[in-house]
Design a protein around this ligand. Structure first.
Ligand code: AKB
Length: 340
């Protein structure tokens, strides 16, 4: 008898947990051929089924390989609202991951385009989401902070006065996403991504890209010239943790979310000499020198050293799996296979 009651209680708890989760049934990933989008699309297809995840792309950045063959794809240009409207209605989309953006360095040389994609584009995404009842994830970044922000253990709610166009678009992204939630009830949620390190699709035009490039040089047996100065701390994260964060947050019970746009998340914080030393443990002959890029260094100096991610941990159970050592072992192993 006790065993039966116990089983019923367990079943009820599982059911309640399931009902409280946000359920994604048809998902559109905008920017599905980019650094995060390409792996996010494949991970979502693994979890939700190939046919349930549409890879959104723009002309000139068409999906290839498994991304193309494993599931549906559609043209979704954030600057063209009609293309979003068409994909959302055609596939009955209920959740949108909006990964379209220019990264920090490139946004400094193309500020108008950065605004057009990041903010005018976001407005289009949010309007389509409002009209069709979609939930929306649009990432923010450590770039949403500025030099006046506390650099160490940066709080969830603090000063956000970035000096870069990328940062300006990211703070605006957070505000506009919260506005759509508060005003229209659109289920918007986001994290502030740190530098993302992966071995699949390379990043392009970011300040933290050196932390990906360094692994390619090490595995290819080349000397690495680091554009960021010794001692410059920045938050970083391995791609599997970044994907887990984006998916777990979108699945989270909305009743538990006190914040929405956007959560600090953190996994590791290091300076160039620390990642170099970690790689050298596994590739002793690897060499690195410095040739500091003033633009990248200026941006890096204006960003925090290390975020406090307590709110993400408490509100939706965020917990990274990879530290610098575990990431380095996996990166070197995967790149050796990829580049051989
Ligand atoms: C960049 O460096 O621009 C990005 C970021 C931290 O948002 N990787």
């Amino acid at each position: 008898m006790f065993a039966e009651i116990f089983l019923v209680c367990i079943f009820a708890a599982i059911l309640e947990n399931h009902l409280n989760k946000h359920v994604m049934k048809k998902i559109l990933v905008i920017g599905a051929t980019g650094q995060i989008g390409s792996e996010l699309t494949m991970e979502l297809r693994k979890r939700y089924g190939n046919e349930s995840v549409v890879a959104g792309y723009i002309h000139g950045a068409e999906p290839t390989g498994e991304l193309k063959t494993s599931g549906p794809s559609a043209i979704t240009d954030v600057t063209d609202r009609q293309s979003l409207e068409t994909a959302v209605t055609q596939y009955g989309i209920d959740t949108i991951y909006n990964m379209a953006a220019l990264l920090s360095v490139v946004a400094e040389s193309k500020p108008t385009l950065a605004w057009k994609i990041g903010i005018d584009g976001l407005w289009n995404v949010l309007e389509v989401a409002r009209l069709h009842g979609c939930a929306v994830f649009t990432p923010s970044s450590i770039g949403s902070f500025g030099p006046e922000t506390p650099a160490v253990e940066t709080p969830q709610d603090t000063v956000q006065r970035p000096r870069t166009m990328y940062g300006v678009t990211k703070v605006t992204t957070e505000l506009l996403s919260d506005y759509y939630y508060n005003k229209y009830g659109v289920d918007t949620r986001a994290v502030r991504f740190p530098g993302i390190i992966s071995n699949v699709t390379p990043p392009g035009g970011g300040t933290t890209d050196y932390a990906v490039d360094i692994y390619y040089s090490a595995v290819k047996g080349e000397k690495f010239v680091c554009p960021i100065a010794e001692g410059t701390l920045m938050d970083m994260m391995y791609m599997p943790d970044a994907l887990e964060a984006a998916i777990t947050l979108m699945e989270a019970d909305p009743k538990k979310l006190k914040h929405r746009n956007a959560f600090n998340i953190a996994a590791m914080s290091f300076a160039p000499e620390t990642i170099y030393a970690e790689i050298k443990k596994q590739i002793p002959e690897f060499e690195m020198t410095y040739d500091v890029d003033p633009l990248k260094q200026g941006i890096a100096n204006s960003w925090p050293d290390k975020l406090d991610d307590t709110c993400a941990r408490e509100e939706w159970g965020w917990k990274p799996r990879y530290d610098l050592q575990a990431m380095t072992t996996d990166m070197i192993e995967k790149l050796r296979l990829k580049l051989k």
